[in-house]
Design a protein around this ligand. Structure first.
Ligand SMILES: [Zn+2]
Length: 311
């Protein structure tokens, strides 16, 4: 938990940056949102892209800074070396290589800065303040444009040896010629079936209508046949991928966030059937799948909490 003083927390996406002042206990007292163009930084040199990111976060933080702020925590889409604050690489901005995001920002803002993978921050947030509170181990899955995963092991964030643990979205759930192409270049990843963008694309294929996923979920709840088919299929693939994770991890709590949890009454029972069908018998009926409590704020609150993890 955040122990003393307020902290700033940043949740960074490709087109949007959220920055908030957070009090002890995870209460957000003020928030700013800034449009970013980080997804277009691929045309810049490594140094120029790094400086553009530091400058954008720094400028967004200025209005929230005062003497009571003890530090800034950042959730960023990329792979970090342990809790060093060094971004080893980022799939969306490939020229960034061993970019010391935390140190550069700390030098600019004159406060301590911590930075970590955005999906891991969401897991930390949900474990500290949300659905996973009190659970020793937690796998947190975020269903967005892609599918992110974050893992808490023995109450501590687990990064892996290269900051790349829990690439849950790229667990393979379909094989053969018809397996769908994923953004990572492979075929059959769960992200190609159950992310918000995949659901939208798959719904368009069977209905001929290109709709926002929110509308598809609403239609699903209202009983629309095509929406139900796609949501149930996504749930089934998710259950299959969760089963593969459970076979490795033997944990009992999994939390899911993202717009799809709005259709939880369809999603949850279908995940559970698929999960238990894909587990080995001794593992069946031991796993709880919980909807996120923090929803969009999980990543922000996890970033705020980076400060109080043991170094
Ligand atoms: Zn993939």
């Amino acid at each position: 938990m955040i122990e003393k003083g307020d902290v700033l927390a940043a949740d960074i996406g490709g087109t949007n940056l959220r920055l908030a002042r957070v009090q002890a206990g995870g209460h957000i007292v003020r928030e700013v949102r800034v449009q970013t163009n980080f997804s277009q930084l691929t045309e810049l040199s490594s140094e120029a892209a790094a400086q553009a990111i530091v400058d954008t976060i720094s400028q967004a933080a200025q209005p929230l800074l005062d003497a009571d702020i003890v530090g800034l925590g950042i959730g960023f889409p990329g792979f970090f070396m342990g809790d060093s604050g060094i971004l080893a690489s980022s799939p969306n901005i490939p020229q960034l290589d061993n970019f010391n995001l935390a140190e550069l920002l700390s030098n600019q803002l004159h406060i301590p800065v911590s930075a970590q993978n955005d999906a891991l921050c969401a897991a930390i947030g949900e474990h500290t303040f949300g659905a996973g509170k009190g659970h020793k181990n937690l796998l947190h899955i975020t269903l967005g444009t892609g599918i992110g995963g974050g893992f808490i092991l023995n109450h501590q964030p687990y990064t892996g040896e290269h900051g790349m643990a829990m690439e849950f979205g790229h667990l393979c759930v379909a094989h053969g010629q018809d397996a769908r192409l994923c953004g990572c270049g492979n075929h059959g990843c769960v992200e190609a079936y159950a992310s918000a963008s995949a659901i939208s694309a798959r719904y368009a294929e069977i209905s001929g209508e290109q709709l926002e996923t929110k509308i598809i979920f609403e239609r699903g709840i209202q009983g629309n046949h095509e929406a139900n088919v796609i949501i149930k299929s996504a749930a089934s693939y998710l259950g299959q991928a969760i089963a593969e994770a459970i076979k490795l991890l033997d944990i009992q709590t999994v939390c899911i966030s993202g717009g799809l949890i709005g259709a939880w009454n369809i999603l949850h029972p279908n995940i559970m059937v698929s999960l238990n069908n894909n587990l080995i018998p001794p593992q069946q009926n031991k796993v709880r799948i919980l909807p996120s409590i923090l929803k969009d704020n999980a990543g922000l609150l996890g970033a705020a909490n980076l400060f109080n993890k043991p170094k």
